[in-house]
Design a protein around this ligand. Structure first.
Ligand code: AMP
Ligand code: MG
Length: 347
């Protein structure tokens, strides 16, 4: 399959009628799959009402079929077609955070969306992305769009159209290149089907931000306890992994440098994932900086690209700094833990 690339400047006016966006929307209406920029990462979109379209998403990504997709909408009014009820707390979260990096789980009306998209669950995950190109595409096609991240399953999520093509060129109808995404980690997933909302996946909206709007918020036990079964099916999979084994290192720079030297003596090509503040403390074959520790948003934005760059550098092993588990650091550490398969070395 020839994968089309539509270049779209997100700052131009009247994006909904932009010929590139309209062309991509026509592919979606024909039940083809198209990658699109959002404010978190690039998504791989398909008509959420069509089993054929949704099956193409799973096939292109190699995604396990028990992992449901997030449904993307451009207008709150689209909810009533497939959501059984919008609880009062969900309503407040929508008012506060949509469009934005917050996915809300609702009870579902049966028979509207593809059962493949929802993996047969009685619930559905929905979000409204805060990206002018994504919103224009959603409006232009007029459909609810199922869209997981546009990477091969298990790989780091794509934050540029080039990342998408690295993984999916020839496997999808096209990609809208709208430039690099902003936030860099996926949306927060919050379950609003119970009285107290539960975070199933940390992401762009922090627990503190959610609590400021709805009061008490719980965190799924599986996020802190490896033995617990996660409520979001996708959270049980290893994800975001670079090709080389990745170890998180909790300790001083000197301790991390010691680990690097041990491996270099064994003849291995060693990578270090660090930050602008600490880069000068390390000597290794490849030292990559991933944003600034003092501004964790910059670490989130650079994380997946940095993990992919280690693949290009063909390192044998990677040691990474760890980050505080608060604010957006919660999402960063969740992704780093998955990328590392939870391998943590403590000084
Ligand atoms: P991705 O599309 O790769 O960003 O992942 C979507 C995340 O949302 C995965 O962890 C899914 O398991 C989770 N998810 C989607 N739908 C539901 C649902 N109905 N209930 C719980 N988790 C869900
Ligand atoms: Mg994903």
């Amino acid at each position: 399959m020839n994968t089309k690339v539509w270049k779209v400047d997100k700052y131009v006016d009247n994006l909904e009628n932009n010929p590139q966006v309209v062309d991509a929307a026509n592919f979606l209406r024909d039940n083809e799959v198209v990658a699109l920029p959002t404010e978190t990462v690039y998504g791989l979109g398909g008509n959420a009402k069509s089993d054929a379209a949704v099956e193409k998403i799973f096939a292109a990504k190699g995604r396990p079929s028990d992992n449901p997709l997030i449904i993307h909408i451009a207008d709150k009014n689209q909810l009533k077609a497939f959501v059984a009820e919008v609880p009062e707390k969900a309503e407040r979260l929508i008012e506060a955070f949509w469009p934005g990096p917050l996915t809300i789980i609702f009870k579902r009306i049966e028979g509207v969306l593809s059962e493949t998209a929802t993996a047969g669950l009685a619930t559905v995950a929905v979000r409204m992305p805060d990206h002018p190109v994504a919103l224009a595409l959603l409006k232009s096609c007029g459909l609810p769009i199922a869209a997981p991240s546009a990477n091969s399953s298990g790989k780091p999520s794509p934050t540029t159209a080039d990342h998408v093509l690295d993984d999916l060129n020839g496997k999808i109808a096209g990609v809208i290149d709208g430039g690099a995404t902003g936030i860099g980690v996926e949306s927060t997933v919050v379950d609003c089907t119970e009285a107290i909302p539960v975070i199933l996946r940390p992401g762009g909206v922090t627990k503190e931000q959610l609590e400021s709007v709805v009061g008490e918020v719980h965190v799924d036990a599986a996020l802190t306890d490896e033995a617990a079964r996660p409520k979001a099916p996708g959270m049980k999979y290893r994800h975001y992994a670079p090709n080389a084994p990745l170890f998180m290192v909790s300790g001083t720079a000197k301790f991390l440098q010691g680990l690097v030297e041990e491996k270099r003596q064994e003849g291995l090509r060693v990578g270090v994932l660090t930050t602008e503040e600490n880069a000068r403390l390390f000597e290794a074959d490849v030292v990559l900086t991933c944003g600034k520790r003092a501004e964790l948003e910059t670490v989130a934005a650079a994380l997946y690209d940095t993990l992919r760059r280690f693949n290009l550098e063909k390192v044998d092993v990677i040691y990474s700094e760890v980050f505080p588990n608060t604010g957006v650091g919660h999402a960063i550490m969740n992704r780093l833990q998955k990328a590392a398969g939870n391998k943590l070395i403590i000084e």
